[in-house]
Design a protein around this ligand. Structure first.
Ligand code: KMT
Ligand code: NI
Length: 175
């Protein structure tokens, strides 16, 4: 995993690195409520899942040539994931294979880009604005973990009056 500020250049392909060269540390991520772990084995994932009471999971593979439903649906899915949004529950993702970018907003509304690869586990707090895209490998296989039933609903920005959003801002001391 590497985290850095996004360069803000939206003219080139969003799967490019967009590396501003400004590093973001694990402590910086922690300040916005984002947790990161590197776990070598699925056994370790199971241990964390148990500790944090993640009872459900599924696997999603994003690859154009094998995507169920075909290319159109694949592209649509990627567009949805790249729309800035939040959830009313944690978003927990473990990379089984391939790579992906999770972008999260810092307390001053700047994009922090995290580049994740095999063995990386990222936990986004409820209420944080974020988005996801593939790297230029154009392939990722992810384990999605859930506390209880999956809450898929993505609330696209702006949802600033959302209770979970307000709760989140308070939790990071931004409000
Ligand atoms: C989501 O809500 O699923 C996302 O933010 C996309 C990351 S998982 C492909
Ligand atoms: Ni999300």
């Amino acid at each position: 995993m590497r985290a850095y500020y996004h360069d803000g250049n939206n003219e080139v392909d969003f799967t490019a690195d967009h590396d501003s060269g400004i590093e973001v540390t694990l402590a910086d991520l922690d300040k916005v409520g984002v947790l990161y772990y590197h776990l070598e084995t699925e056994e370790e994932v199971n241990t964390v899942a148990k500790q944090r009471e993640y009872r459900n999971r599924d696997v999603i593979t994003l690859k154009e040539s094998t995507f169920p439903g075909g290319v159109e649906l694949y592209r649509e899915k990627l567009n949805v994931f790249y729309q800035e949004h939040l959830h009313e529950d944690e978003e927990i993702r473990y990379i089984l294979d391939g790579e992906g970018f999770f972008d999260v907003r810092d307390s001053e509304d700047r994009w922090i880009r995290t580049k994740l690869s095999k063995g990386d586990l990222l936990i986004l707090p409820l209420g944080i604005y974020h988005r996801f895209t593939l790297t230029d490998q154009n392939y990722v296989q992810l384990l999605r973990l859930f506390k209880d039933e999956p809450k898929w609903t993505a609330l696209n920005r702006p949802v600033d009056q959302n209770l979970f959003r307000e709760q989140y801002l308070q939790s990071i001391g931004a409000k």
